[in-house]
Each structure stands twice: as structure tokens, then as C-alpha cells.
Ligand binder design. Structure first.
Ligand SMILES: Cc1cc2nc3c(=O)[nH]c(=O)nc-3n(C[C@H](O)[C@H](O)[C@H](O)COP(=O)(O)OP(=O)(O)OC[C@H]3O[C@@H](n4cnc5c(N)ncnc54)[C@H](O)[C@@H]3O)c2cc1C
Length: 458
């Protein structure tokens, strides 16, 4: 430990190497407040620092784990006591905004919210958006191929990345800092690093797509009586709002009900409906869009597709509605509860949730299953509390993924595999795919020092 600490301190400066009590004062992750366990943490300020860090770790055969904002849901960034942490927290520069070309160039440690706010000042939009925006970083978003609430309009992180700079396991800097939408000159190497969760290289900089910020926004919370109507409204909104629909977030009744109990979020409408949807459209003209929004919701009410609606009238009302969907900490208190992120064809969602609830009921009569998600993307999130102190996470996994199998769903829609879902990867990938993943990992990181034990074992 001393040798590597000294080498890193000498190369980068002792102030960028943290260990001992200062390191233990940091929380393990967003989800786990216990002290960080690690050999030491290094915080490079530049690509050059990062390259030196990797060269040194490679020379010592030292395993490391990369950390962005630590909001990842599958324990991929959680360090082991034997690992060096490489934190991107000092690489937070927004280097260049090219308004004409529609690109922004950033260091990987910039948080999503900082980027969104900096662009908003220039009437520009970076459309990735998710509840962890205040802490998650662009490097983490790239490495997990993050999704979030605007995927139905703008795609996942992969669709928003034009170029990447990545530092490889031995310290080599691979620059694929492309600024064009079109570039078919050979293999598109950046794709290897998007969604591979830091196992093939560390993202140091990125060129991202920007869009004009839409001047008009309309948001409503609506209530519906069954899942078929949730799908009918989605089709209606996609047709009538002609490309301006930017979010369609569904909450099953139990989720809304338990998050709006006394002392929690204020309930903008009655708490006993089976389904709630947040519908949001962003367009070019507030007056015209508001009229269209209201008229479509009126049609939906008249034709009994929806049974209730609240259109938000201010920024604070909008935040209030979104906070029910995004601020779910209240559900995490008390007995163990497990988060899932599955995807499956939208036509099978209702049957899947029905099967799942039945299987849970058969195993634990007292269990709770909260369902919500980005259903237009085929993505459901589940919070499951077995309410039985003798049941383990593995028991719940078997039920959730077992029920998914007949529908050929994926065990990870947007959170990735990390450590937590590694035993289930083979349920969503073929043996040939897994073989090629292992071959890539062995070729690009033969010493297995980058996030070892995450995603796939070699
Ligand atoms: C309240 C809340 C809401 C969320 N909502 C969503 C959502 O809607 N959609 C969604 O997709 N996710 C969501 N997430 C999960 C999480 O925010 C994303 O996975 C996010 O992209 C992680 O970014 P991070 O910077 O926190 O990464 P970390 O948690 O620090 O790391 C995640 C993984 O990426 C690797 N990594 C981090 N930075 C780099 C880098 N520079 N180079 C290489 N590897 C790196 C890590 O080693 C780890 O494997 C949510 C999380 C929370 C807490």
C-alpha cells in the first residue's frame, strides 16, 4: 500500500491521494451510508493525471474501481478494501459549448445537473434526465448507458454521445473525440465503453449532443382505472402531441398511495385510483401547446380513458408532482426492500406484474410490491419488500426474474449489471454473447484491474 501511495503521491501530488480516516468519513454510496472501505482514493484533475494513475496501478497489478457520483443501483462503484478508488470528482470542467454544431465537450466528473443548468443559460438542452441528476456524473451516465425520463423522445445516453476520450487499463489515452453525427470511418470504438460499466476503460472526457431548449412545457398528473387505459392514453399522447411528448411516467396505485400518506408528499388528487401517469410535453409555443394539451386531456376524460387530471400551473406545482415519482426515500425506511429494473415488451407488462404479484403472494402473504417506471421504453422498476426476516435478496431475485423468463425480458433495462445482477446476466444474454464479452475484457484489460468482479467474471 505504501509503495503505491507514494508513487501516486509523487506523480499527482499528495493532496490528490486520500486514505485512512478521511476516506472512511465518506459514505459507501447513495444507497449505503456505511464508511468507505478501500486501500486509498485518488482524484485526478486531468486526463494526464488519470493516465499516470492507471499506468502506476497497471505496473503494480493493482485492482481499482472507478467512482462518479455513486448513485448507481447495482453496486458497480462500491469499493473493496483491497481496491484503489479512482474518483472523477475533480474533473468537472465544461470545456466547450458549440452552439452551431449542437455539441458540448465536458470532463467526465461534471454532474448531470450542472451540465443541464449551464446549457439552460444558453437556451440549450441536454436531454438526459433522471432523479439522481444532482449527484450522478456524465462519466457514470456514459458507463451505465443511463436512461431516465426522456428516453421516449431523445433515446438513452448512447444516443447522446458523439465522442469519448477513454483511458485504458495500461494508461493509454484513446481519443475518439468525434463531433459529427455521421462518422463511419471503421469501428465505432466509443460504443465499447458506453454501458460497459468501467470494465474496459475509464471515461475522461465526452462530446455530447445538445438540443434547443423548448420554451413551452405542460405537465399533468392523470388517474386511470386499468393498465389497458394507460396504454390507450400513451398511444393517444404519441399521436396527438406529434413528437412533443417528452415524458410518460406510470405509477401503480400502491406506489402513489404510500408516498402520499400524511407527512409525506402532498397528494394532488385522490389516493385510491389503480394507476397514475405523469404526462409531460415540451414544445415551441406555450399558448398553442397548452391549448392542445388541455384539449387532448379533455378528450381523454370525455372518452373515459382517464378518470381524473391535474394540470400543473407553476414550476413549484410541477416539482411537487415529479417529487412523488422521483423522491421515494420514504419507501426505503424500515424492513429490507429491494429495487429492480426490468424491461419487457409493453404488451406483456400487465400479465408480468400480475404473475409476479401472485408468486410473491404465494411466498410471502405480507409482501409489498411497488411498481412504477418508464413504460413507453418497456421499462418497469419494482421495489419489493418480502416482509419476512428469514427471506434473502436471492429469494426475491428468483421470483422476479423467474416470472420474467416467459416474457423474454431483460434483467437490466437501464441500471446495468454491476455486482448485484452478475449471477443473472446469463438470463438475458446468450452463451455466444457472454463469450465475446469475456474475450473483449481479456483483450482490453488482461491484468483484470479495471472494476474486477463487476458485470462479468473472466
Ligand atoms: C434517485 C435515483 C434515481 C435514478 N434514476 C435513474 C434513471 O431514471 N435511469 C437510470 O438509468 N439510472 C437511474 N439511477 C441510477 C444512476 O443514477 C445511474 O446509473 C447513473 O448513470 C450513475 O452515475 P454515477 O456518476 O452516480 O455513477 P457511479 O454510481 O459512481 O458508477 C456507476 C458505474 O459506472 C462506473 N463509472 C463511473 N464513472 C465512470 C467513468 N468516468 N469511467 C468509467 N466508468 C465509470 C462505475 O465504476 C460503476 O460501475 C438512479 C439513481 C438514483 C439514486
Amino acid at each position: 500500500m505504501d509503495k503505491i501511495k507514494n508513487a501516486l503521491g509523487k506523480a499527482l501530488g499528495d493532496e490528490l491521494v486520500i486514505s485512512g480516516q478521511s476516506l472512511r468519513e465518506r459514505a459507501t454510496s447513495y444507497w449505503d451510508a456505511s464508511p468507505t472501505e478501500s486501500l486509498l482514493m485518488v482524484c485526478p484533475r486531468s486526463t494526464e493525471d488519470l493516465s499516470k494513475t492507471l499506468e502506476i496501478c497497471h505496473g503494480f497489478n493493482q485492482a481499482l474501481v472507478t467512482q462518479g457520483g455513486l448513485t448507481g443501483c447495482v453496486e458497480g462503484a462500491v469499493s473493496l478494501p483491497s481496491e484503489v478508488i479512482v474518483s472523477l470528482e475533480k474533473m468537472t470542467e465544461i470545456e466547450e459549448v458549440d452552439e452551431l454544431g449542437g455539441t458540448v465537450t465536458v470532463q467526465a466528473g461534471v454532474t448531470l445537473q450542472c451540465l443541464q443548468e449551464a446549457l439552460a443559460e444558453k437556451q440549450l438542452l441536454f436531454p438526459l434526465d433522471l432523479g439522481a441528476r444532482g449527484s450522478c456524473t456524465i462519466g457514470g451516465n456514459v458507463s451505465t448507458n443511463a436512461g431516465g425520463i426522456n428516453v421516449l423522445r431523445y433515446g438513452m445516453m448512447r444516443n447522446l454521445v458523439l465522442g469519448l476520450e477513454v483511458v485504458l487499463a495500461d494508461g493509454t489515452v484513446l481519443s475518439s473525440m468525434n463531433y459529427m453525427l455521421k462518422n463511419n470511418a471503421g469501428y465505432d470504438l466509443k460504443q465499447l465503453f458506453i454501458g460497459s460499466e468501467g470494465t474496459l476503460g475509464i471515461v475522461s472526457r465526452a462530446v455530447l449532443r445538445t438540443y434547443p431548449k423548448m420554451p413551452s412545457r405542460n405537465t399533468a398528473l392523470v388517474a386511470l382505472e386499468n393498465f389497458e387505459k394507460v396504454l390507450t392514453l400513451l398511444k393517444m399522447a404519441q399521436r396527438e402531441f406529434s413528437g412533443t411528448l417528452s415524458a410518460y411516467e406510470v405509477m401503480w396505485g400502491e406506489y402513489y398511495d404510500d408516498l402520499t400518506v400524511d407527512g409525506a408528499h402532498r397528494a394532488p388528487m385522490a389516493r385510491n385510483y389503480p394507476f397514475y401517469v405523469i404526462v409531460e410535453l415540451e414544445g415551441a409555443c406555450q399558448t398553442r401547446d397548452s391549448e392542445m394539451f388541455q384539449s387532448v386531456l379533455e378528450q381523454a376524460l370525455e372518452s373515459e380513458v382517464i378518470v381524473d387530471a391535474v394540470i400543473t400551473k407553476s414550476g413549484s406545482e410541477r416539482e411537487e408532482v415529479w417529487s412523488i415519482r422521483e423522491n421515494f426515500e420514504l419507501l426505503l425506511a424500515g424492513q429490507a426492500i429491494y429495487l429492480y429494473d426490468v424491461s419487457l415488451p409493453i404488451k406483456n407488462m400487465s400479465a408480468y406484474v400480475g404473475d409476479l404479484k401472485q408468486r410473491l403472494e404465494e411466498s410471502w402473504s405480507e409482501s409489498t410490491c411497488y411498481v412504477f417506471g418508464h413504460i413507453a421504453d418497456g421499462n418497469l422498476h419494482l421495489f419489493i419488500r418480502p416482509a419476512d426476516e428469514y427471506s434473502s435478496h436471492a429469494d426475491v431475485n428468483r421470483i422476479v426474474y423467474g416470472a420474467l423468463e416467459p416474457y423474454q425480458g431483460s434483467v437490466s433495462a437501464e441500471h446495468g449489471i454491476g455486482v448485484e445482477k452478475k449471477p443473472w446476466l446469463a438470463h438475458s444474454r446468450t452463451e455466444q454473447e457472454l463469450h465475446l464479452m469475456r474475450t473483449l475484457k481479456k483483450t482490453m484489460d488482461p491484468k483484470n484491474i479495471l472494476n474486477p468482479g463487476r458485470v462479468i467474471d473472466i
